[in-house]
Write a protein that binds this ligand. Structure first.
Ligand code: NAD
Ligand code: MG
Length: 389
């Protein structure tokens, strides 16, 4: 097979490191790494770039460039920094790109990679939430193939292979329930960042871990699923499933319910996107159903987890509402992690920001970016009022 050229955006993160591990384990000559991109971890990025023989390493934060240059000295690997350099790296011709930057910060590079064509493995769900139609149009215009890496969407993609849209009755996303699945409202009100990021099943970056605890992650995934799959919002469901063995299900109109199962290890969905339409050998632990013996499913609690309702409302409202929701949630999560906002206040900040700005229209990318900025400013104001109260 011809060598495949790849780029990893968000290379030093949880998804980026799992992607690098798969590339490293592949046979020599199978993949060639063009570019690796990170936020500001120059040392981690340089070590990865040396190990994978990348041509280019880019940090978004310009202040990290001297450290990156120093760490790459003598390697022949090109170093660059800044937002424009991130986009330039994403635009370089490759066969496959992993989009694993966290947050709407990943939007510009996701769009650049899609405009270039090839395959985009999408972990960065926030870009699809805040600018869904623009992201999908970019893929259509270039003929790029968009493959979902989020475990639920990757599972559903697998369970949907060959399906005619009219044969689908319902798509179900599973949720582990996170660290507060059995917590009381009082416990959640007092939750610390340490408790919130301690996910019972998955090991992930801080932002998505907090989103899993609040179930904003599942809500963002509902919006992501509505963008990716040919169903109406009312055909999307969520089930809490603490074992995280079943990652997603498709209910067909003849009564068949198809699911994808596996151990909760992101290397499996990443490998699926990396090898598609083939399969590659991956040495993750196999799911031992006999040892597991029991799979539980239940409906999510709307009182302790208002995030699902807010995300459904934003999805139904359309236009700028998902962008506002995502921006306000990013602000809420970062303030919570900085101990400047209570855990349950994240949803309140999102709800109030949506009420203020959720009706805006977003005809183009400039409008999305302007609304994202405005929503962040408004969310900060709302959060400051709550903190002062
Ligand atoms: P993470 O925080 O571990 O890693 C984020 C990566 O993005 C790092 O490499 C960081 O340096 C980089 N980054 C941050 N800000 C940047 C910026 N402004 N410009 C360029 N790079 C920047 O996050 P993660 O857990 O790997 O998640 C990444 C994305 O994948 C998120 O959108 C998340 O929702 C999604 N995702 C993650 C998982 C998981 O298991 N971790 C599962 C499904 C989806
Ligand atoms: Mg997921």
């Amino acid at each position: 097979m011809a060598v495949r050229r790849v780029t990893v955006l968000g290379a030093t993160g949880s998804i980026g490191r799992s992607t690098a591990a798969l590339l490293e384990a592949a046979s020599p000559g199978e993949f060639e790494v063009e570019a690796l991109v990170a936020g500001r971890d120059a040392a981690g990025l340089a070590a990865q770039a040396r190990k994978l023989g990348a041509k280019l390493a880019v940090v978004a934060d310009e202040a990290a460039l001297p450290a990156l240059r120093e760490a790459l000295a003598g390697s022949g690997i090109e170093a660059a920094a800044g937002e424009a350099a991130v986009v330039e790296a994403a635009s370089r011709p490759v066969d496959w790109t992993m989009a694993a930057i966290v947050g709407a910060a990943g939007l510009a590079s996701t769009l650049a990679a899609l405009a270039r064509g090839g395959t985009l493995a999408l972990a960065n769900k926030e870009s699809l939430v805040c600018a869904g139609p623009i992201v999908l149009d970019a893929a259509k215009a270039s003929g790029a193939l968009l493959l979902p890496v989020d475990s639920e969407h990757n599972a559903i993609f697998q369970a949907l292979v060959g399906a005619a849209p009219e044969s689908i009755e319902q798509i179900i996303l599973t949720a582990s329930g996170g660290p507060f699945r059995n917590a009381t409202l009082a416990e959640m009100r007092a939750a610390t960042p340490e408790q919130a990021v301690k996910h019972p099943v998955w090991s992930m970056g801080a932002k998505i871990s907090v989103d899993s605890a609040s179930m904003f992650n599942k809500g963002l995934e509902l919006i992501e699923a509505a963008r990716l799959f040919p169903v109406e919002p009312r055909q999307l469901g969520v089930l809490v499933h603490p074992q995280s063995a079943v990652h997603g299900l498709v209910q067909y109109k003849d009564g068949s319910l198809l699911a994808q199962l596996g151990t909760p290890d992101m290397r499996t969905p990443i490998a699926h996107a990396l090898a598609w339409p083939h399969r590659m050998q991956v040495d993750v632990p196999r799911l031992d159903l006999a040892a597991l013996s029991r799979l539980e499913f239940s409906a999510p609690d709307p009182v302790r987890f208002p995030a699902l309702r807010l995300c459904r409302e934003a999805l139904e409202a359309g236009h700028g509402a998902p962008c506002v929701l995502n921006a306000a949630n990013e602000v809420g999560v970062s303030l919570f992690l900085a101990r400047r906002l209570g855990f349950l206040d994240i949803a309140t900040v999102v709800e109030e920001t949506l009420a203020a700005l959720g009706g805006e229209r977003v005809p183009d990318l400039a409008a999305v970016l302007a609304l994202d900025t405005a929503a962040r400013a408004r969310a900060h104001e709302i959060a400051a009022l709550r903190a002062a109260a």
